[in-house]
Design a protein around this ligand. Structure first.
Ligand code: HEC
Ligand code: HEC
Ligand code: HEC
Ligand code: HEC
Ligand code: HEC
Ligand code: HEC
Length: 331
């Protein structure tokens, strides 16, 4: 355990340095950090509150819209809106006209005075700059009792769903269920040295909320597309993720944010580089007893060094509890 903690510490150090380097680069590009909100932690209720503000003549006549994800996540899967109602995983993509809402499209599918409040209540949606809070209820009150988390909405949405405390219905009618795919894919982090723990991508947590096309075809923002083959997405790296591509299409905007390093980098920490082996100074005196010792050592090497064995063991501990954050960060 002591050794493990030391390794976590080593990684935490690396993580901080890498994080700082990655952030510095990201911030140098100004708008990148603005887009991802990586720079400052948002209050729980504002996390995932998407501003919809297309810059057209008609839209100048009304206040921009704020779409809060969390009141919707309590009931609907991502698929219900992002596949069925045609919203992309990117703000300002849909061409939403008030007439379309009245025809029952987009928000108008539900904001019709039946499923939820109606279109006459303009400033419950067009509320950017109108009032301070985004929603009528505070997130702390509305979501009290859901399993807590340290980041984002401060709710562990995966546990909340599995505990039956929220729903993730498949369609905007409020019906249907998704059939999750239970397939974990290990993603080796080889492009950086010393490298952070590898990433474990769980299909289950995703396909409880999303359909395959969200990630495996061009149906959404092309940056969210993954080739469905282990190790095939060679262009992926942390910088692109921070700038909103690949995993960053959702993480950092709506799903838990990128500050939660170890929820993705959840494989066992890599071994620190081995200290150089202490070689016995070679004495070719040819004394029989010494030769015996030498032979023993040679056999030991063939059988595999203790360090190598430990690596093998580590590879096998796939089911070890995942540290979502190193103990040091919990303070
Ligand atoms: C009730 C409908 C609804 C649900 C449910 C929903 N979304 Fe959204 N989402 C939207 C709308 C609307 C937008 C804005 C699209 C636009 O402006 O064109 C959006 C935008 C986004 C964006 C882009 C945000 C940005 O800042 O660019 C992401 C990422 C996203 N959603 C992810 C998700 C994920 C992940 C889930 C499931 C956990 C989800 N959404 C559930 C309606 C929904
Ligand atoms: C699939 C159905 C559905 C769609 C689509 C949908 N909503 Fe909602 N929305 C709801 C439900 C249900 C609630 C919870 C309402 C309640 O508590 O009465 C809600 C709540 C809200 C709230 C919080 C209201 C408050 O004061 O607490 C806002 C704001 C909102 N929706 C805006 C939007 C906007 C903007 C869109 C389109 C971009 C949209 N919604 C699309 C179903 C939907
Ligand atoms: C359920 C949420 C919701 C409600 C309620 C709502 N809107 Fe909107 N409205 C939107 C969204 C989303 C857009 C698209 C914004 C964008 O793309 O920038 C929009 C766009 C608009 C636009 C610009 C596009 C166009 O059709 O010209 C106008 C004007 C507008 N709304 C007026 C109103 C008025 C007036 C009311 C009240 C009678 C109202 N809206 C109520 C969500 C809503
Ligand atoms: C949130 C995004 C996302 C969703 C949704 C998703 N996948 Fe994947 N899928 C991935 C990623 C990421 C990988 C790993 C790619 C890599 O290693 O580069 C992957 C890999 C795969 C692989 C290859 C596994 C291997 O070991 O080579 C298959 C097969 C696959 N997905 C099928 C599916 C199916 C079927 C669904 C729908 C039930 C689905 N995926 C939904 C992101 C997703
Ligand atoms: C299309 C949106 C989307 C993309 C792309 C995406 N995720 Fe997620 N991810 C989600 C949603 C939704 C959840 C549920 C939890 C939440 O929203 O906070 C989730 C949860 C997770 C979890 C938590 C599982 C658990 O049991 O707690 C991990 C780990 C994760 N994602 C890793 C990744 C990695 C790694 C990638 C990129 C290879 C990725 N995700 C890409 C939407 C996405
Ligand atoms: C949503 C999941 C997710 C989160 C959260 C996350 N990472 Fe990553 N990270 C990845 C994936 C996926 C890769 C790329 C693996 C590969 O090389 O294909 C990666 C790669 C890296 C790399 C290797 C260099 C590179 O650019 O590829 C470093 C270093 C790194 N991450 C550090 C961090 C740090 C520090 C944090 C927290 C501030 C963090 N990561 C949070 C998913 C994540």
């Amino acid at each position: 355990m002591k050794g493990f903690n030391k390794k976590v510490l080593v990684f935490a150090g690396v993580a901080v340095i890498a994080g700082a380097a990655v952030c510095a680069l990201a911030f140098a590009q100004g708008d990148v950090s603005a887009g991802t909100g990586f720079k400052k932690l948002k209050p729980a209720g504002a996390y995932g509150a998407t501003v919809i503000d297309r810059n057209t003549k008609e839209h100048k006549s009304v206040k921009p819209v704020i779409f809060p994800h969390w009141p919707h996540r309590v009931t609907y899967s991502c698929k219900a809106c992002h596949t069925d109602l045609g919203f992309a995983f990117s703000a300002n993509s849909a061409d939403i006209k008030h007439s379309a809402l009245e025809a029952g499209k987009y928000c108008g599918k539900c904001h019709n005075n039946k499923t939820s409040f109606g279109l006459s209540e303009c400033d419950r949606c067009h509320l950017h700059g109108v009032k301070a809070g985004v929603t009528s209820k505070k997130i702390e009150d509305a979501l009290a009792g859901l399993p807590p988390d340290d980041f984002g909405n401060k709710v562990n949405w995966v546990s909340a769903l599995r505990d039956g405390k929220i729903k993730a219905v498949a369609t905007p009618d409020g019906t249907g269920e998704l059939s999750p795919l239970d397939l974990d894919v290990e993603m080796a982090v080889t492009k950086f040295s010393p490298h952070p723990p590898d990433v474990l991508f769980p299909h289950k947590a995703h396909t409880e909320q999303l359909d395959c096309t969200a990630c495996h075809t061009g149906a959404v923002d092309p940056s969210g597309v993954f080739i469905p083959q282990k190790g095939a997405n060679t262009g992926m790296n942390m910088m692109k993720i921070i700038s909103g591509q690949y995993c960053g299409t959702c993480h950092g905007k709506v799903s838990f944010p990128l500050e939660d390093c170890f929820r993705c980098h959840s494989m066992p920490p890599p071994k620190p580089p081995e200290p150089p082996k202490k070689e016995e100074p070679k004495k070719e005196d040819g004394k029989t007893d010494k030769d015996g010792i030498k032979k023993d050592e040679a056999d030991k090497d063939k059988a595999g060094s203790p360090a190598k064995d430990a690596v093998k063991q580590d590879g096998a501990v796939k089911d070890a509890p995942k540290p979502s954050a190193p103990p040091e960060q919990k303070k």
